[in-house]
Design a protein around this ligand. Structure first.
Ligand SMILES: [Zn+2]
Length: 309
């Protein structure tokens, strides 16, 4: 079984224009380096990203089937207080994610994206949890709050009470005025230490700059986990043996029961499509035990998502 614990839908009106414009500068640069092309940010949006738009996410199911991915955890990102509201308000987007997960019952698990500073955030999340069946939180502190600031406490309290995980963006960000320092794993680690009964997932395992910090948090704190999304990009730049060596080290330090397969599609998908990314892990060599492989592919996620055995 394979579970992708980090994925976004591509739906018109869900992401702010200013984010798309800024991000396309970074993403086209990365795309060009990975694929030895020379496309402009505009072409990146028009020719690459637009193709992925699907309001019902049926195309994602097709791709998951091709990759052998059984379940994807899906969520939006709440950039509204920093960039202005998206065409579709984040509350409505969360509902949309819940509806799409219901359309693909058993294949998709929806998390609620929320900026904890939002007025009405708690009430909205209560509805999302109790009525729409959403199964986790998604925080992107880069919009301008510190993860260990008391403004976030209600999210950590509810995550504890409802026994659902919190997906936390850690690592870099594209050319958009996000506050990088808010996405350092250490700040989430401080919050996780204060809320030992809440489950924290450090998305992207800290990314290429802060993975050691994320590794340190997962090694120390029983309630901190890592997802491997975004690592398609460094994978493409390394020799495969080098990537496996890195993963071996990470596994040695924190244990495979702290590590989860993930994509963060759509963007990293343009560096390495989901079927190839899944294959990197299904074909892990004998440096990894069968048990470790299964934990990374789905076992750890099953525990974090409380899916039972
Ligand atoms: Zn993401």
């Amino acid at each position: 079984m394979i579970i992708d614990v980090h994925r976004h839908l591509v739906i018109k009106g869900t992401v702010q224009r200013s984010y798309i414009l800024g991000a396309s500068r970074s993403f086209s640069m990365m795309y060009n380096k990975a694929n030895k092309t020379n496309i402009t940010p505009r072409e990146y949006i028009d020719d690459i990203v637009r193709k992925e738009i699907d309001g019902q996410a049926d195309n994602i199911i097709v791709e998951m089937d091709k990759a052998g991915v059984d379940i994807s955890v899906i969520f939006a990102v709440d950039y509204g207080l920093l960039l202005g509201e998206a065409q579709i308000h984040i509350f409505e987007q969360n509902k949309m994610y819940a509806d799409i997960a219901r359309r693909h019952t058993g294949r998709m698990i929806p998390f609620m994206a929320i900026d904890p500073r939002r007025e009405g955030g708690l009430k909205h999340c209560e509805q999302a949890y109790y009525e729409w069946g959403m199964k986790g939180f998604k925080l992107h502190a880069g919009v301008g709050y510190m993860p260990d600031d008391p403004v976030c406490n209600w999210v950590y309290e509810k995550a504890t009470e409802w026994n659902i995980p919190i997906m936390c963006h850690t690592g870099g960000a594209p050319a958009v005025p996000l506050r990088w320092e808010c996405s350092r794993p250490s700040y989430f680690a401080s919050a996780a230490a204060r809320y030992p009964d809440a489950t924290f997932i450090l998305a992207h395992a800290g990314d290429i700059g802060w993975w050691q910090e994320a590794m340190q948090a997962a090694a120390w704190l029983p309630n901190v986990y890592l997802d491997l999304s975004l690592w398609q990009k460094p994978y493409r730049k390394m020799a495969p043996e080098q990537f496996y060596k890195w993963l071996r080290h990470l596994t040695d330090m924190v244990g495979a029961d702290k590590i989860m397969f993930a994509s963060d599609a759509p963007h990293p998908n343009f560096h390495l499509r989901l079927p190839e990314w899944a294959k990197v892990f299904t074909s892990l060599g004998k440096e990894f035990s069968e048990e470790e492989k299964n934990l990374i592919l789905s076992g750890t996620a099953r525990k974090v998502l409380r899916l039972g055995n």
